[in-house]
Design a protein around this ligand. Sequence first.
Ligand SMILES: [Zn+2]
Length: 294
Amino acid sequence: MNVSVACIAGEDVYRQWQAGKMTGQTLGPRSTPFGPSAEIFQAECDQAAYYLLPRHGLGMAKTSPGRVNHKANLYALKELGVRVILAWGPGAAVRHSIAVGDMVILSDVIDWTGHSSTFFEDSPLGFLRQMPVFCPNLSQAVHQAVSERKLSCHGAGTAAVMTGPRFETPAEVRMLGTMGADVVTHYFAPDVFLAKELEMCYAAVCYVVNYAETGSRHRPFATGDLFGGLTQRTDVQRLAASLSAMGPVVEAVARRVAQPKGDCECFHTMDVFRKRFPLSEDWRAWLTPPRRGE
Ligand SMILES: [Zn+2]
């Protein structure tokens, strides 16, 4: 079966795999010029298939958010023929109208990671517009699939992306709020920028696991709980419902992509350069190879 959809997520995706909620085969990591990718699985569902990539790896071999090899992961998925990426990741609510257990379909990003956000380090090909940041068509399809499951979902939102793994200080959270961030997370950047350079659709679902710590008395962290915000039983139930939606929503998107209704502008991001430079038909030839020791 031709597979053109991938889901990038945390270890929660692998737990669903282990629990038998997702079935398929293990492909393992792939070798790339940027180093090995994370493990990749091929999942199968009714009428479609998709790849799963747990971005941190698995178990105790976990890679912290700041050390995820984004370029290797995106390269590996592109080489497998992926054209559409749906990313999931946890975040904390900066804006108090967003609640634990809500999902936010991201529409914009403030990238504070400091990671390289381009494959084109020494080339003119990296000058790309970022409006829209995420694929509007895919984001709309994801929003529809989530809404059909009667889950609380915000159709747009800005994520501030920090390096992690530590959580943000109260002053940092207050600063991010004044800058327009709705949620703060450690995910989705620079992936979204790298996917654009490889002409792939990319949409992101941030599920809210806690309230960012502002030092205010608004729903403070629960003592002894790593992600903190689950101070009420309903929070736990709402978050569990959000997480369990991931598999069915990815499957709905995979089925939709298997029967495309039209082209997407994301598949033509580099056309602006094709007009100016003799770009190879092989996308691998566009990329700046990593320097020794990188
Ligand atoms: Zn697109």
